[in-house]
Design a protein around this ligand. Structure first.
Ligand code: NAP
Length: 310
């Protein structure tokens, strides 16, 4: 099916507005009991369901997510896929040293079995490297054709400005969801400077799918076990707001998750949205959000329902 594609910053990278967040593909340091075969199937299901963007990072399984994606895409046309990866983790520290980032990109290319990355993000800022120097290293990789767009992630607005001193930043990834709206000022700045924005945790780790209805607990080793969103009283306040999305979803014969993903895709401050998935059926269902079109009133109503989280 033909899809409208989204352009990343001022580059010629184009992607579907919905991507796959691949931290549960091989991210065995983040979630317990992940199976490699399921991870590969999730990626292939995404590509067969009209999604062409896969968002990964070295940090997801310390290279294992990239390795599985490299396997998963072997029988697909590489030029039809937008691959985003990230690096900065150096043991338990962050490192933005130009030479370190250059080596990280080479390692990601090898694990993904490809000769270019469509987007490469500095995953987290370190404390010592001048940000324009770090981004300068990515600009040299861009000139060599090894990456096509430059991103930074988890940077403060001041760090973004510093990183973008030479105008090299094309995209920023940071936390934003209907439950976590603190980055709105940053997002407005990015829009004004034609830098794309991609929010992470768009489904608030599953809470915004509407599937939770009562007390919940997670296995040891699951990053959600200590997440304040899953603790009362905030948890109950969230469930009440999510419930009120259901009537809007019903009008579109859609799920709550699809309706909320459609909201992000219609938000003028957001370029692309990358929900994660633990099962192929989830990614298939999320892909159908590409067909949900909210009217202005519905968009505003969802905005109002979550206004308390601004
Ligand atoms: P998320 O997108 O908010 O939530 C995804 C989780 O929700 C899935 O793993 C699944 O978990 C559940 N889910 C998804 N679709 C569903 C559906 N249709 N029905 C029911 N449940 C569904 O959170 P995330 O995956 O942790 O984050 C998204 C992506 O953002 C990551 O994959 C990663 O690429 C990126 N990210 C980036 C950074 C960064 O520092 N740059 C940080 C965090 C994340 P269960 O089945 O277990 O409920």
């Amino acid at each position: 099916m033909g899809r409208t594609l989204v352009k990343i910053g001022q580059t010629d990278v184009e992607t579907t507005a919905l991507g796959l967040g691949a931290n549960a593909v091989g991210g065995r340091n983040l979630f317990p009991n992940l199976k490699d075969e399921t991870g590969i199937e999730i990626v292939q299901t995404a590509l067969r369901s009209g999604i062409n963007l896969i968002d990964t990072a070295y940090a997801y399984g310390l290279g294992h997510s990239e390795e599985l994606i490299g396997q998963a895409i072997q029988n697909f046309d590489r030029h039809e896929i937008t691959i985003a990866s990230k690096g900065a983790h150096d043991g338990d520290q962050f490192n933005n040293d130009p030479q370190f980032l250059t080596t990280q990109v080479e390692n990601s290319l090898r694990r993904l079995k490809t000769d270019y990355l469509d987007i490469y993000y500095i995953h987290f800022p370190d404390e010592k490297t001048p940000k324009a120097e770090a981004v300068g290293a990515l600009q040299r990789l861009k000139e060599q054709g090894k990456i096509r767009a430059i991103g930074v992630s988890n940077f403060s607005l001041d760090q973004i400005k510093e990183a973008n001193a030479d105008g090299y930043v094309d995209i920023v990834e940071d936390q934003f969801s209907l439950l976590h709206q603190d980055n709105l000022a940053k997002m407005t700045y990015l829009k004004d400077h034609q830098i794309s924005f991609v929010p992470y945790f768009p489904l608030a780790s599953g809470l915004l799918t509407g599937k939770y209805d009562g007390p919940v607990s997670f296995a040891d080793g699951d990053i959600r076990a200590k997440n304040p969103d899953f603790q009362a009283p905030r948890y109950d306040q969230i469930l009440a707001a999510v419930k009120r999305v259901q009537p809007i979803a019903d009008l579109h014969q859609a799920t709550v998750a699809q309706t909320i993903l459609a909201w992000y895709m219609q938000n003028p401050l957001i370029s692309i949205v990358i929900p994660g998935a633990k099962q192929p059926a989830q990614v298939q269902s999320n892909a159908a959000a590409l067909d949900v079109q909210l009217n202005d009133e519905e968009y505003a109503e969802i905005d109002r329902l979550f206004a308390a989280f601004k």
